[in-house]
Structures are given as C-alpha cells and as structure tokens.
Design a protein around this ligand. Structure first.
Ligand SMILES: [Zn+2]
Length: 235
C-alpha cells in the first residue's frame, strides 16, 4: 500500500459527485479494505457497522461508507476522499469517523487505520486513563496504551483527543467508545487492533479475580521487550 502515485484517471476532477473511475491500485486497495472490514465483524471486533476502516493510496484515502453492512459492499461502492476530506471517488457518504482517519494520515506516515468498538477494549476505556502494563505486547504498540478523553463521535474534538493519545504509539483507546490503530498496511493495523483487544481482555480477566491485583510490568521491562520485537520474525 506504499504506492506514491495515483493510477490512470488521476488529476481528472470528478467534483462532489465522484464520477472518476478508480485505477487498478485503488481497486486492489478497495478489495483489501472490504476484506479487512469484514474480518473485524467475523472476528467479533465489530458488531454491525459500528467500526470503520481506511487505507491510503497516494493522496487518496479509501474509507468504508457510513451505514452499509460490510457483507454488502461491492467494488462499485468504492468510497474515496482527499486528505482534506473532499470526496473524489464514488457516491456513498464516507464514515462519520472520517475526521479521525484523516487526522492520522495528516500527522503520521500511516497507510491504514482500523477503528472498532471491540467489547473488552471499550470496557477498559471506561475504567482507566492508560491500559495497565499487563503484557509486554504493549511494546508492539509503542508503549503503554493511552485512553483519549471522551468527545462526541465524528467531531474534530475527538480527532484532536485521539491524536494526543496516539503520540509515540500506533494504537489508543477512545474513552467510552472503542479502539483506533494504524499501520503501514491494513493487515498491520488490523493485527494491532486485535492485540490491543486481547490485552484489554487479559487485564479485565486478571483484575476480576476477587481479592487479587494483577502484577504489572515496569516501563523498562516493556521497553526491553520492544527492542527484541524489533528483530522479531523471519529475515
Ligand atoms: Zn466509533
């Protein structure tokens, strides 16, 4: 998803009606986006249409449209906006959480964003201002995961709070709302979301044992794990 140029049709202004045909790279990215959005539902991270997914191709951001069940999204439903939120592809209205997605692309080098209302993460967002360090996988998200203070969904205020919580991190919780994670690819943003939800579940499980308090890691222990994770995987 690291393509820097837009495909054939680039530069032809479709205006607000968005009549421009997507190029091949955008068509492929749309297929990947729809597959990722469906995965958030089948894996239980999203109920109905309560989450949203986006991917950046050049200066175009493809994003799930508002109120359309993911299993009904077809190639014709492609929904694309510019970095300032102007519709450049398709005729469907983009997700109401567009301000959060665009804020991430404008201030990081992320290429994909996943937002969910995953149940354990949302529960944790009502209890703490930072996810306690129950597991070293916090390091894979850049350190202790912060909770962005509550603001009405779809507002610039929420996008602002989210950006502050994301500083130095690739994921955050949104108070009484859900999760947001970004990555270099849709798979990476998705995996970070799933890791975050899993860690929230671990903390809730451990802290619900009566009379016991979970042992937590220190920031230093998590940072050391982070150094190892950098070299993790197949060469
Ligand atoms: Zn939401």
């Amino acid at each position: 998803m690291a393509e820097q140029r837009r495909d054939a049709g680039d530069g032809r202004d479709a205006g607000e009606t968005g009549a421009r045909r997507p190029g091949e790279a955008l068509e492929r990215a749309w297929d990947d986006l729809v597959a990722t959005a469906r995965r958030t539902v089948s894996d239980g991270l999203v109920v109905g249409t309560s989450g949203n997914v986006s991917v950046r191709v050049g200066d175009t951001v493809l994003v799930t449209p508002t109120g359309v069940p993911y299993d009904r999204l077809s190639p014709e439903d492609v929904c694309g906006v510019s970095l300032d939120g102007r519709r450049v592809l398709g005729s469907l209205v983009p997700t109401s959480e567009l301000p959060m997605h665009l804020a991430v692309y404008r201030s990081t080098d992320a290429r994909a964003v996943v937002h969910t209302h995953a149940v354990h993460a949302t529960a944790v967002s009502t209890l703490v201002t930072e996810l306690p360090l129950v597991h070293y996988m916090s390091a894979a998200l850049g350190g202790p995961v912060r909770v962005a203070p509550y603001a009405t969904y779809g507002t610039e205020k929420l996008a602002e709070n989210m950006l502050r919580a994301l500083r130095g991190r690739t994921a955050c919780l949104l108070q009484n709302h859900g999760t947001l994670a970004h990555g270099a690819t849709l798979d990476q943003a998705y995996d970070r979301t799933a890791q975050l939800e899993w860690m929230c579940r671990v903390w809730l499980t451990a802290s619900s044992v009566p009379g016991r308090t979970p042992t937590l890691l220190t920031e230093e222990q998590v940072a050391r794990a982070g150094q190892r994770l950098e070299g993790y995987g197949q060469p």
